[in-house]
Design a protein around this ligand. Structure first.
Ligand code: 8YV
Length: 332
């Protein structure tokens, strides 16, 4: 059991919603990043040397080398975010540092964004909108064969990763008339399969070859890195679409870009990228790819809820209890 800390020194790496920052100041000795300038590794090293608690985000690389520089006071890394692939969990554990995240509160927002991409790509939403806004394209009016996309009703959606977000996507997609298929490390309970009328595929390869749309909704871990490898991407039907709101690293981005360019995959909707903020130029250039700047969970409500979770984790820890959202490497 950790010893209670009256006002722990909490270093927050990025600007958070004002209500969250205000509450943090009330409860903790909080050092905030008002300018929101991303911290360099040297700044992060300085932070871990002095803080009791570090609050990083997806943009901070909390790797072995950084954790090695942690001072004896650092006992908690309270990630502002669900995914913890930015943190070396094993090294944190070796050093006795607890890691927490913010599960649950961004499920619905991320699922909404996934559904938006599932609709946007086959129905050419971004392309149509961009056409009208481009002054070089005066719109001459409706035509029966112009801007034709593809129907999603009745098509097969293959969800990779049937956790909270995957299930929330399935619920939405089912309402849009899509047939739900999924691949997951473990089969979900029968009641969930029944509700979603979902078909489980133990073999990802077999599922991929039969889907019209594939949505990536699993975390990035050593086991899921390039899960959609060059070999697997080639299994997709040439009419297929790929949607990713999870982590770019799960897909071999270069190969995806190449296959879309070659017309061997029809299109993609991507909110995340392998080397953020860099994006493969072929993806940027393609009309058949909708790209978004990692905004799956970007709602005011979601960010405040994430902040609340971070505060609860820190406060429980500071009061000498186990924080509720502890993350263990074995959970992934
Ligand atoms: C967050 C995310 O915005 O929580 C996650 O895993 O991918 C995003 O939606 C980001 O991670 C905040 O750190």
């Amino acid at each position: 059991m950790p010893t209670p800390l009256k006002k722990p020194l909490v270093i927050v790496t990025r600007k958070l919603p004002e209500v969250v920052e205000t509450r943090m100041r009330e409860l903790f000795d909080a050092r905030l990043n008002i300018d929101d300038r991303p911290m360099r590794q040297a700044d992060l090293a300085e932070a871990v040397r002095t803080a009791h608690v570090l609050v990083p985000t997806v943009t901070d690389r909390i790797d072995r080398a950084l954790i090695a520089q942690a001072g004896p006071e650092l006992k908690l890394i309270a990630n502002f975010g669900n995914g913890v692939d930015n943190i070396d969990l094993d090294t944190a554990r070796e050093r006795g540092i607890i890691v927490t995240n913010t599960p649950g509160v961004l499920t619905e927002d991320t699922a909404d964004m996934t559904m938006a991409l599932i609709l946007a790509v086959p129905r050419r939403l971004a392309e149509g909108a961009a056409l009208l806004k481009d002054p070089r394209n005066a719109w001459v009016g409706w035509s029966p064969t112009w801007m034709l996309g593809h129907r999603i009703f009745g098509k097969r959606l293959g969800i990779i990763g049937m956790g909270r977000i995957g299930q929330a996507v399935a619920r939405r997609a089912k309402a849009f008339g899509l047939q739900i298929h999924y691949h997951n490390r473990r089969r979900v309970p029968e009641a969930v399969e029944h509700e979603l009328e979902a078909t489980y595929w133990e073999s990802l390869d077999q599922m991929l070859a039969r889907m019209d749309i594939v949505s990536v909704n699993c975390p990035h871990t050593p086991a899921t890195y390039h899960l959609l490898s060059a070999r697997r991407l080639k299994l997709l039907k040439p009419t297929a679409y790929v949607v990713n709101t999870a982590r770019g690293e799960v897909i071999d981005e270069n190969e995806l870009a190449r296959l879309v360019e070659a017309g061997q995959i029809t299109g993609a909707g991507l909110d995340v990228f392998e080397h953020e903020p860099a994006i493969n130029p072929k993806l940027l250039a393609s009309d058949r790819v909708v790209v978004l700047p990692h905004m799956g969970s970007a709602t005011v409500e979601g960010r405040i809820d994430m902040g609340e979770k971070v505060i609860i984790n820190i406060k429980t820890f500071a009061d000498g209890h186990k924080p509720p959202d502890r993350v263990l490497a074995t959970m992934f």
